[in-house]
Design a protein around this ligand. Sequence first.
Ligand SMILES: Cc1cc2nc3c(=O)[nH]c(=O)nc-3n(C[C@H](O)[C@H](O)[C@H](O)COP(=O)(O)OP(=O)(O)OC[C@H]3O[C@@H](n4cnc5c(N)ncnc54)[C@H](O)[C@@H]3O)c2cc1C
Length: 449
Amino acid sequence: MTAIDAPYDLAVIGGGPAGVATVLAARALQPQWRLLWCRGPETVGRAFLPAYGGSSLVHRLNVPVERMGLDAEAPVDFFDWLRREHPGREVVPGQFVSRRWFGEYLEARLAGVDASSRFGAVDALRKDGDLWRIDLGQDGFDGHGASAPRARRVALCLGMPAGLPMPNAPRHWVSDSWAWWRALPAQGVPLRDNHTVLVVGSGLTAVDMVLGLRERGFRGPIRAVSPGGRWSQAHAPAAPLTPDVREALDEALDEASTARDLLGVLRHFASRHPWRAVIDALRADTNARWAALAPDEQRRVLRHAFGAWNRHRHRMAPDVRAALEADAALSLEPGRIRVDADGRIVKRDRFGETVLDVALALDCRGPGFRAALAGDSLLARLVRDGVLEAHPLGTGVRSPADPSLAVVGAARFGERFETSAVPELRQQAVEALRFFGSVTRAICGVIPA
Ligand SMILES: Cc1cc2nc3c(=O)[nH]c(=O)nc-3n(C[C@H](O)[C@H](O)[C@H](O)COP(=O)(O)OP(=O)(O)OC[C@H]3O[C@@H](n4cnc5c(N)ncnc54)[C@H](O)[C@@H]3O)c2cc1C
């Protein structure tokens, strides 16, 4: 067997922050392992798309700079890196810096890391005896020899599920807003100021599209429409709950076994104490509280409270929120958007249905957790092939039964509730590596199995 055919000790599939964190955790915890890193199909400057590969400084983090480090043991690492490498940026704790800088940090952290990188989509993953065979498809050669390398272990870091396409979408409907944004010419936008732009959604991508259009000089009306009709809340200083309030909150939450009870407790405490502190107090326990709910109650949370939770939990930088509020040509309306059989864009709200006359519609409805396993993604295929088991909610997968396989990040949504932001990803990456290490030691007899 030549060195190039020898199995890797670990293959990391996915080139986003979860993949980077897993590669770094592997190098730190298992320095002797041979590592394969399948970085995915995005080749635009080998960038960290969509969140951290952009070129605009107006697209900002929604987590303070000192909490975005990739090391679970040193969360301030990103902040330290900025201060060390870019003192001129004059970053201070509590700042919500450009996501582009975080992309630069990801790339810098990889410098000198010993892993065999491949670009291109992984088409399939098959167990062949004790080894995983990784089918890289046509794009996966990348000049590195075998297109189906093998590995003893695999960590899947595949990111958020793509949203569902809008049926009958007309030509001026943009399904992938980030791809549209990246394809724009260096200056300006192909719009006139008497054009109206529709932004479908009010989450992170919607905010970025609005900020980006304004940065590019578009002054015309922007209508954002989302079911809740509200932007995310802004960050603001909030002193942590006092120990006795924290204890009372924990006790009340321990008693709550239904979605209604949980929300009732949160509303009660948020009406008496700073609501940001109440939400922040939950963070460490959110996954455990979620897991304690019966599946029907979890469904209720997703149906009735997920939007409100996201608006309060994933807060935006205060000045970003202020810019949205100060924008007189921007509106945010409650409603649902659909496209009718004739390709007309229709808004439905409590007053009825209205056909919208817009020059451009940017689909910013966000990840499609509810249909995460319905499409043709690698994750969906792995479930259909029996490699992974769907979580009963259909929003992601269960932890793999096979100890040589790990899933990191958004694909675990269902089993976990908080599973896509960097603080969760770096923790999961370390857990995956520790788990692989413990299995290896057990098999080798270092620790009794
Ligand atoms: C606009 C936006 C802003 C965000 N801002 C923040 C923030 O400020 N702070 C924060 O903590 N979080 C933020 N998030 C959430 C989260 O940090 C990002 O979504 C982050 O990119 C998730 O990292 P990931 O590696 O799990 O997924 P991704 O970054 O989506 O990476 C997934 C990787 O898997 C690869 N892949 C997929 N399928 C295959 C396949 N078949 N074969 C090979 N590779 C494959 C993709 O090519 C990609 O490289 C933001 C998300 C978005 C969308």
